[in-house]
Design a protein around this ligand. Structure first.
Ligand SMILES: NC(=O)c1ccc[n+]([C@@H]2O[C@H](COP(=O)([O-])OP(=O)(O)OC[C@H]3O[C@@H](n4cnc5c(N)ncnc54)[C@H](O)[C@@H]3O)[C@@H](O)[C@H]2O)c1
Length: 370
């Protein structure tokens, strides 16, 4: 994590973020950061995260920079004409007050509108579909609403692609994609993790979950999920699959050396942190499905909504295609004896480079033809 804001901004230069906005609205008390990593393939789409950052603005900004870059990769890897962006809000006690929360969300929406469509916002940790409906009253650039052509909460679609990616990973390891009888741990039983746990139970898996939120545990317990006392206990437990579905960064190199699972595949963006976590997992024979491949379902749904031309059948088709892409990446990585994340990133960056080339050469080609 970066220690101060200037360090974070230097990082944004080296990651080539196109634009970083720090927002302070004195009237409402809103403190936020909006990071636009890339608009090379299209508008930068990424959720609005509202959470407490003990490290204050430097930590929040660091989160926005990492997450927006990950969104660039996710959109490109999913074959979407979208770029990567993310917004984070520093939550405090005032966020619990409905009127003050609404005032801050309105101030945030005005900032998004001011960016003119370069950034499109959506739901993430700490925000809901109702929040997206409120934002939509003040900006055109929001998806995941329940209004007009809105498709609502993207989390069920995210859970679907995570489930598909898990099945593919098990198939690549064992030659069997069945989830029935598998032991699967889900860290974070919120919007995605809760739905994922439900789908896994329906598929006949033995599901163990952990979440500090007692209500989330109760809901999952009622579906047949065994509740473990902590995420740390779940990380160490012998499992077929571990699905990190809370905040990112739960698996560093030290944790990677001790996890008890055979596959890591979840929805949390940037699930691994620090140097060497992915390599250490690989050395131990643990297959890590890159988070941005597994969790693309919500983004695919958001894209369908944004284009206003896709119906339910097309969404289904696009979610199925995500599973096929994940299979192709895992097989290519096995053949080339390299990390799936390296293969997936290579594909994603090459699509962006090709778009950059077209953009550069477009005017030249037009001039040559004239
Ligand atoms: N919602 C989507 O469609 C979507 C899409 C792509 C990626 N993601 C990512 O998936 C993750 C989950 O998103 P969500 O929408 O379900 O968020 P959410 O806020 O609904 O759920 C997160 C859950 O994690 C729990 N949690 C927090 N700290 C924890 C800990 N230390 N151990 C165990 N549980 C903990 C919270 O109590 C909460 O229940 C996030 O990283 C998000 O960025 C979500």
């Amino acid at each position: 994590m970066t220690e101060d804001v200037s360090e974070a901004l230097e990082q944004s230069l080296s990651w080539r973020h196109e634009r970083v906005e720090l927002v302070h609205d004195a009237d409402s008390g809103l403190q936020a950061a909006i990071a636009i990593h890339s608009t090379m393939l299209g508008p930068a789409l990424g959720g609005l995260r509202v959470r407490r950052y003990p490290g204050g603005l430097p930590e929040a900004l660091d989160d926005a920079l990492r997450l927006s870059r990950a969104m660039t990769l996710k959109a490109s890897a999913a074959g979407l004409d979208l770029g990567g962006g993310k917004a984070v809000v520093l939550a405090d006690d005032a966020w619990r007050d409905p009127a003050r929360r609404a005032a801050r969300l309105r101030a945030f929406a005005r900032e998004v509108e001011r960016l003119g469509g370069a950034y499109v916002t959506a739901e993430d940790i700490g925000t809901s579909t109702a929040d997206m409906d409120l934002l939509a009253e003040h900006t055109h650039h929001v998806v995941g609403t329940t209004r007009s052509a809105g498709l609502g909460d993207p989390s069920p679609s995210t859970a679907r692609t995570v489930l598909g990616a898990m099945a593919v990973a098990l198939d690549v390891l064992d030659g069997d994609d069945a989830l029935a009888g598998r032991a699967v741990g889900v860290i974070g039983l919120g919007k995605v993790g809760g739905r994922l746990a439900e789908l896994l139970v329906q598929a006949g898996a033995h599901v163990v979950g952990a979440d500090p939120d007692a209500a989330a545990c109760r809901r999952a317990g009622a579906l047949g999920v065994e509740i473990e006392r902590s995420a740390a206990a779940l990380l160490a437990r012998p499992l077929d699959v571990l699905a990190p579905c809370a905040i990112g960064g739960m698996i560093d190199a030290a944790t990677a050396a001790t996890v008890g699972c055979r596959v890591v595949c979840g929805s949390a963006n940037n699930a691994l942190t620090g140097e060497g976590a992915a390599a250490r997992l690989a050395r131990r024979g643990v297959l890590y499905v890159p988070d941005f491949l597994a969790n693309c379902g919500g983004l695919i749904q958001a894209d369908c909504e944004r284009r206003r031309e896709a119906d339910a059948a097309q969404l289904e088709q696009a979610l199925a295609a995500a599973r096929a892409r994940t299979r192709a990446v895992l097989l290519e990585a096995r053949e080339r004896r390299c990390l799936p994340s390296a293969v997936a990133e290579e594909h994603a960056w090459s699509r962006i480079r090709a778009a950059a080339r077209r953009r550069r050469e477009g005017p030249r080609a037009a001039a040559a033809a004239a």
